[in-house]
Write a protein that binds this ligand. Structure first.
Ligand code: HEM
Length: 482
């Protein structure tokens, strides 16, 4: 996470585990509890509805062509996370809808692979945020600035000097303009939230807070030593950094998976129609989207996360010398845990043997290389995926024979584990449930041509699908036997 330390030096994501990190987590932690997630539901439901409206408009214009869906999903999750962070969406989807609503059929450009391209203007605040995050933009900046070859080779994600790269980009006037725009907005929101909280009694402020900023201010009023304004703004901005692209990329993988598995779309739609009744006139509640009420939805969400491998890996530094799988690992070593363990199924003895065999390079191998680690004191709590099936999109793998969701059916760690696990896991899961349920009820994701259906990845900080062409069609327009 060094990569972000220069733009986000004092937020959970980049802070070293210690007193200050714990204090931040204590202040914003309640935002991920059921009480606040329940309060966030209306905003997420509304955002999903706007995305549906936007895609209906696009579908009307696109004359059956597919379009790139990931940028739409990124806009939607940014709107949703802004609502959660400071109670106000940036209105990206609203703006897009206004831009396409009155266009005539065929108002698009045809791309190289036959896709429809809609040229839309991105609202200022969203543009500035993406500008600051987008490492490829930073890379282009460096080219534009014609810095020395040494710097040109320093692509931030793979860079041995990511902070240096950011430092150079911060020297450019446009970067500073975008940063100022975001900072001014956040300063205004913090001032407004302070005034609002002070006008209420502490217990009332706590009771009515329905976003993280209001919650932080209310807790401060309640006597908890708060964060400085700078730290507060950092935590809010971090929501955008950690919470929008991760969710949208996962949704992009979902679109690709279901486009290739129409039977999953049909089964999920039927499941939701039976379990969530009368949705025409109302929104689904937090409880209704729980794994016990809609287990197949939960299975689809977890199967998508398992295959998406959105966060490619997570890192841990050893705090003392240790032995891991027979190898001496000195204190201060950075260990990399790839999330692909749930994909490649390293848990089965055959795969584990292959993995350790490679790692130990010629050392004497035992029949089960993990046997020394397996003790009766720590019986395995997670099941296995069947050998050779790890790469297949199959939500059924998470279901028990009696139709319940089994969270420990097999290995998958999309949010990692331990005290530095994903802070936003509960929010992310809820967002995925709402978006997947609503999109699946609204649209059939029709097949796209082979040239638009590749499954290559682009590994930046998170792992994106190279293409995410989609063709969402309203169910009413789908013939039943298609
Ligand atoms: C599908 C969506 C998401 C995925 C796959 C994901 C995954 C991850 C992973 C793997 C980590 C690193 C944990 C580690 O180093 O052990 C992480 C950290 C983090 N995530 Fe998420 N995340 C998602 C959504 C979110 C959302 C919506 C938020 C909202 C605030 C969020 C906030 C954070 C924060 C603040 C951290 C740093 C925690 C710390 O270091 O204390 N994430 N996430």
């Amino acid at each position: 996470m060094n990569l972000f330390r220069t733009i986000l030096p004092q937020a959970l994501l980049t802070m070293k585990t210690g007193e200050r990190w714990r204090h931040h987590r204590k202040i914003i932690g309640p935002a991920m509890t059921t009480k606040y997630l329940r309060l966030a539901m209306p905003n997420i439901n509304r955002t999903a509805d706007l995305l549906i409206e936007f895609w209906e408009c696009k579908g009307r214009l696109a004359s059956g062509r597919a379009w790139e869906g990931e940028i739409d999903l990124e806009s939607a999750t940014m709107d949703a996370i802004c609502g959660m962070a400071f109670g106000q969406s940036w209105g990206v989807l609203q703006s897009y809808i206004q831009q396409v609503r009155h266009k005539g059929a065929g108002s698009y450009v045809v791309g190289e692979r036959g896709e429809a391209i809609f040229r839309l203007t991105v609202p200022d605040l969203a543009r500035s945020t993406w500008y600051m995050f987008d490492v490829s933009v930073l890379q282009r900046l460096l080219f534009a600035a014609d810095l020395c070859v040494f710097i040109l080779q320093v692509v931030p994600v793979q860079s041995p000097f990511p902070q240096l790269t950011h430092l150079f980009s911060r020297l450019t006037p446009s970067y500073n303009r975008h940063t100022r725009r975001i900072d001014d907005f956040l300063t205004q929101r913090v001032e407004y939230a302070k005034r609002k909280a002070q006008a209420l009694a502490p217990e009332v402020a706590l009771d009515v807070a329905d976003n993280t900023l209001d919650l932080m201010m209310a807790r401060q009023l309640d006597g908890l030593q708060g964060l400085s304004d700078f730290e507060t703004k950092q935590e809010l901005f971090q929501y955008l950094l950690a919470g929008s692209e991760t969710s949208s990329t996962t949704l992009a993988w979902w679109c690709k998976c279901v486009t290739n598995h129409p039977q999953v779309q049909r089964k999920l739609r039927q499941h939701l129609q039976v379990r969530l009744t009368d949705l025409r006139d109302r929104q689904p509640t937090y409880e209704e989207l729980s794994s016990s009420n809609v287990p197949y939805l939960e299975a689809v969400v977890h199967e998508t996360l398992r295959l998406a491998r959105t966060a490619g890996a997570y890192l841990r530094d050893t705090t003392e010398d240790m032995i891991i799988l027979g190898h001496h690992v000195p204190k201060g070593t950075t260990l990399v845990f790839p999330t692909s363990t749930g994909y490649e199924d390293c848990s089965s003895s055959f795969s584990a043997g292959t993995l350790i065999g490679e790692a130990s390079r010629g050392e004497q191998k035992t029949a089960d290389p993990l046997s020394e680690c397996r003790t009766d004191h720590h019986p395995r709590r997670v099941g296995h995926w069947d050998d050779g099936t790890g790469h297949i999109f199959d939500p059924e793998r998470w279901m028990t024979p009696d139709g319940m969701f089994n969270a420990v059916a097999g290995p998958s760690l999309p949010f990692s584990l331990g005290q530095r696990r994903c802070f936003g896991k509960n929010l992310a899961l809820m967002e995925l449930r709402v978006f997947i349920a609503k999109l699946n009820l609204a649209f059939f994701f029709a097949p796209v041509p082979a040239s638009q259906n590749g499954f290559e990845r682009v590994d930046k900080v998170i792992s994106h699908p190279k293409d995410c062409y989609i063709r969402p069609v309203q169910w009413e327009m789908v013939v039943t036997d298609s």
